[in-house]
Design a protein. Structure first.
Length: 346
């Protein structure tokens, strides 16, 4: 998903103090025809230190479209970021746009629930600590409930204690912290490992249940599942043949590289290299009893095979064994975020 900030890494406000100036503004839906330029300014101001390349490109697009006045029809087809902005809300205070929140459908498998993403929660520094972010969040949660949402999910920087405190008080659950690691394409290529009893191969279609059982052990749903926007669901492990064909033509397919020990599947590495892409995204799951050997075997294999590609991996922060090996193989941590969820059922 294209994102200005994939997190709700705002500067949420504490409730207004007794000496703070009372709010006189209001919340309203985003108007893409009039709000694009001030929204671009606000989001860039708040998220400049954490914005990725896609986010900066989206800011440029927003400013360009605001000048030429193409409006919501064209912007709505630009990327998913536009969808989230158009479904979000702003806070107006003293005649200016003072706060923003974006909403996105998470597109979870139907068997898991109807989750909505809360992102780009931003409040202008002049109006922080006056309760605007909390009011935007409360309004968003009411809208999600009206849309039959079962969960609200968000990401927030691991060390943004003020934001985390707000979400804690609103009932959000800290499911798990994940770190995004990156390895540049020009990093040193490691030598091959010495032979071992562990056997690396591609997963057979019939082994999806064993892989799913491994995921249930190391990535339970109550701890964030497989990762961001990937709840633990069988559909990620086994798809009907017609869905597999469609996925292959649109993304190039995902390779499942596994480690077997005495015919037992003990580790898996998902490799999504895309079509003609120089970035390879991965997901790693290893049975604790086979750390660190299976982890290093898979990392050594993929680093050597994709030596000309930049490698990206999202992995649980609470895994010191893998953290040490990633550092050894010249991966560098880019960002660590909490995955938080508010159940809305009942």
């Amino acid at each position: 998903m294209t994102s200005l900030s994939s997190t709700a890494n705002n500067h949420p406000n504490t409730p207004p103090s007794s000496t703070g100036k009372a709010l006189t503004g209001h919340v309203r839906p985003v108007n893409l025809r009039t709000d694009l330029a001030p929204l671009a300014d606000l989001i860039e101001l708040v998220f400049s230190s954490t914005m990725d390349d896609n986010g900066r490109a989206a800011i440029r697009d927003m400013r360009s479209l605001s000048k030429i006045g193409l409006g919501s029809f064209f912007l709505g087809r630009l990327n998913e970021l536009a969808q989230g902005i158009s479904m979000g809300f702003v806070w107006e205070e003293e005649g200016r746009l003072a706060g923003n929140v974006s909403l996105y459908p998470a597109h979870w498998p139907g068997s898991v629930g109807n989750a909505w993403i809360i992102a780009n929660v931003a409040v202008h520094p002049k109006y922080q600590r006056r309760g605007i972010a909390r009011r935007l969040l409360e309004h968003s949660l009411n809208i999600i409930r009206m849309r039959k949402g079962t969960d609200a999910i968000l990401q927030v920087d691991y060390d943004n204690h003020r934001a985390i405190g707000i979400y804690d008080r609103m009932g959000f659950i800290r499911e798990r912290a994940f770190t995004t690691w990156g390895r540049p394409s020009l990093a040193t290529i490691p030598p091959p490992l010495n032979p071992s009893d562990l056997f690396i191969t591609r997963r057979r279609p019939s082994e999806w249940q064993a892989e799913f059982q491994l995921a249930q052990l190391v990535r339970p749903q109550e701890q964030g599942g497989l990762g961001w926007l990937k709840p633990l669901d069988k559909s990620f492990f086994h798809k009907p043949w017609w869905q597999q064909i469609h996925h292959w033509f649109t993304t190039g397919g995902i390779e499942h590289l596994i480690v077997r020990d005495n015919d037992q599947l003990v580790a898996t590495l998902w490799i999504d290299s895309g079509i003609a892409s120089l970035r390879t995204r991965m997901m790693l799951m290893v049975h604790p009893d086979y750390q660190p050997q299976a982890t290093e075997a898979l990392l050594n294999n993929v680093v050597r095979r994709f030596k000309n590609n930049a490698l990206i991996l999202e992995h649980p922060y609470d895994d010191p064994v893998t953290t040490e090996l990633l550092s050894h193989y010249r991966f560098r941590p880019n960002r660590t975020v909490w995955h938080m969820r508010l159940p809305l059922r009942g």
